[in-house]
Design a binder for this molecule. Sequence first.
Ligand code: KIV
Ligand code: ZN
Length: 511
Amino acid sequence: MATKIKIFDTTLRDGEQTPGVNLNLQEKVEIALQLERLGVDAIEAGFPISSNGDFEAVREIARMTRNVKIAALARTLEKDIDRAWESIKDAKMPVIHTFIATSEIHMKYKLKMTEEEVLRKASEMVAYAKKYCEDIEFSPEDAGRTKPEFLYKVLEAVINSGATVVNIPDTVGYTMPAEFGNIIKGIKANVAGIDKVDISVHCHNDLGLAVANTLEAIENGAVQVECTVNGLGERAGNASLEEVIMAISTRKDYFDYRHGINTSQIYRTSKLVSSLTGINVQPNKAIVGANAFAHESGIHQHGMLSEKSTYEIMTPESIGLMQNRMVLGKHSGSHAFKERLREMGYTSISDEHVQKAFEKFKDLADKKKIVLDRDIEALIEEKVSEVPEIFKLESFQISSGNKVVATATISLKRDGLTITEAATGHGPVDAAFNSMERIVGIKLKLEDYALRAVTEGKDALGEVTVRVSENGEIFTGKGVSTDIIEASVIAYLNAINRIVSGKAAEEVKNA
Ligand code: KIV
Ligand code: ZN
């Protein structure tokens, strides 16, 4: 029987450390539920000691999920481990993941600890965590640059103290595939007790080798891989879940491994994560990029028409990417719309959410002759995280041109009251953003603005993603419309509502 490779997803922990990503509790829960649907074996839900927000999100995820292990990260410190346990104690299958650096460079400059001190701390804190739960994962941070003899000693000590998984991180993405494979081979051959525990790997992508290193580690005895959706993570990110999985699935002739992932949920998971994090997937990204299944050259198209396998090593359907079918028309009712959503895999969204998307669909069907699956997907994803609409868009009017100063007049409604303001800007979008800031009375820094066409053609929906910051905290907003100025206004308003609703919730809590 093929060896099962366990998938430990760290999108909500290492992935959330992606610069500019800041997910709220509801968004984290939404992603965790989708990861459970995807079939991952473990979700690292956060680093509870790092903030109250992280703690609460991990606790909520631990309560809301049942079929997946929930891990919480902790340094080898009692206070971290106590907090980690407090957050996951309601999980059906809790895991405490504790780590300490073992490379000379980290011990000398970061920890200022000797080998003996690190060795003692690692084994004592694994024993300390063990009093809380059975499943303890230990990571020697920067293992890729750790002296092998010392690495073996540390691993042996933590196994004796009760670790059930030893995770080997290439923290700085420094190793080459054969070299990383040899590290795993060396561990298997030299660490007493290694056969009693699972070997896991955690590869970063600084040299673009995270997936290659992960696969090489599997070939040398690793049975768990840590990865993230869309390859998110610190700096250049972590090994991408979808790439590791589709390599194993597509090359069954080469790899004798199995996994528990429902690959037809990959595309949806990727879309959800990019939508909520505001980090768009590059078009040429393997598996989930917009071009991953597009065939541009005439020779390729000709080959595809006679036999798909000439240029397609896996099918779009295998990752849940439906053929871009024409769906519904302007006469379609809400039943047909709901049914189409169900076929597309949107089975757990609220009735209110469906209703809002249906209203937008009707507007769109009026403007656009052919409504495609990708349009429907954009309408649904826009509202995927239901931010309370504290400010509602009433109307906007913009004037711009090459010889006039761009001016926007916007009316927003709050608690039944309409507030109107006008402002100028460097262009129509800037003017619109300035006028909304006047109405709401806040000043935001626009960190990123991205516009993409959802489908081809002049009548395509435009999807705008904005990332704004207020006092160093990042917020994301999304908007879709056939009018790109309107999409920009909706996206900015979505980010504003996210900020304002967070403040309102804070005020209620402190009252
Ligand atoms: O990259 C790393 O070393 C980590 C550890 C905490 C596993 O993220
Ligand atoms: Zn990491």
